[in-house]
Design a binder for this molecule. Sequence first.
Ligand code: HC0
Length: 589
Amino acid sequence: KINLKIDGIEVVVEEGVSILEAAQKLNIHIPTLCYHKDLCVAGNCRICVVEQTGARALVASCATPAASGMDIHTNTLKVRTARKHVIELLLSEHNADCTKCFKNGNCELQNLSSEFKILDRLFIDLVPNKHYTIDQMSPSIIKDDSKCIRCQRCVRTCEELQHLGALSVAYKGEHMKISTFYENSMYDVVCSNCGQCVIRCPTGALTEKNYLEEVWDAIYDTTKHVVVQTAPAVRIALGEELGFESGTIVTGKMVSALKRMGFDSVLDTDFTADLTIMEEGTELLTRLKRALVDKDPTVKLPMATSCSPGWIKFIEHAFPEYLDNLSTCKSPQQMFGALVKTYYAQKKKINPADIISVSIMPCTAKKFEADRPEMRSSGYKDVDYVLTTRELAIMIKQAGIDFKTLPDSNYDSMMGESTGAAVIFGASGGVMEAALRTAYEIITGREVPFEGLKVNAVRGIEGLKEASILIENVKPEWSFLEGVELKTAVAHGLQNAYELFANIKAGKANYHFIEVMACPGGCLGGGGQPIPTNAEVRAKRAQAIYREDEGKALRKSHENPEVVLIYKDFLGAPLGHKSHELLHTHYKA
Ligand code: HC0
């Protein structure tokens, strides 16, 4: 145990705890910029400096471990002056045209300069002398170097959490910048489009590419029928942008807001999440049969989920030899888009050319996914515009809607019904749990042997999770699975996905089915979610997702009546001809 004093108050902390964390324990606020709870400590911005009695220089509190006997002061003249100088220096080379910035109102540098009342420029403004790049080539992310403060949170995110290294530090001294390989556009490098850098960037240097005006134009165009789908993880996070605590479920209010905004039909990605389970589950069972009965040497196992577009981009770069292991299922977003302009259009007797399909996602990579050439199987662009949770919150505010007092509404019918299995797609392990709930029941005729249908082994925050389930007393048609121990693994965050596949490649691990989500925590921690997103917030959102599942009348995908109906009226059977045409694809190296 370490005993120290901060601003005259005694505090006891564990060994290894920083001065910053010790101060937080006392509710003493020390400003930070380069520090982020999810990342290793960099200690490069110096905004968190404090005075230590007896020490010659100020110390960075995030990077200095607390030690017994320390006497720390967080608000002396020296500290205040140093912090002000840090902010002034940052502003001297920052494009502070805040009213033109997408992060206006949600910028940590702006907040600090407001807090410290930086009204004059003490240092010569360097901005006009510099040649900055604004990279807008990516369909997901805009990188604006004129707003970068070089804190390197994005670099550490991309390297440590996502194993990509698409962003790195280039040049030295005043020329130092955050760059990409040979300064190529983000679109042309190994960026997965996951947006984890965007949710950690303290300023407007990295933002999502927004499609607010395009979507408003579509809504105002009376010749268009505008359909919106909402992803599983949006409903448990949107409230954070609109005055609710993290972990508040706002599904009904969100649906009401979308209707008031003028969307013609408010539907649910969860419907196609249920449909994905039918298609992907059937695909897994088909692969297992080919492997176990036909002894087909070409069958690829383990089969891996394919619904996270950041993961798809990553495997294309990092493990192209495993592309055939991906399920051929498109993601629920893209299945939904393909069906809106075919099935939905036919049923509603609307010309698909007059439909605009919008999706609300917790994810920036979904913008990239919707743009992929594989995603036009309806004969049109299947999903026209993808908005993040944050963009939806902006639109709700722009529309003058008082979200807090909105009554709840239900989704519209036909592609609006979903089960609890679909909701949990938004948390790491959710797709696996949903698949097991259905596949086990199809094979055995019984529910999964877990209390409350909870597959606890695949829940939780560990980066890599494993679960195996013994299949016994099967129905006669599945006799080849009798006694098989189905081995599964779940990874979230691309660093964990890398480790998982490196182990498989090295022959150290062996599974039948794998779920990978690109973002830490799964989609609930996606790059399009409210800021801040960190471990504490992710945990609250996960609890909300599982609460939403438990509150649902139906909790298994195969019980979704609209899914049953679409097979009867339109698709035929899972993996049938129509499904193959609209719901499946093949990613090639
Ligand atoms: Fe997800 Fe999805 S669960 S990727 O995380 O599968 O973004 O929320 O919408 O498509 O359903 C994101 C979330 C989705 C898709 C679904 C899947």
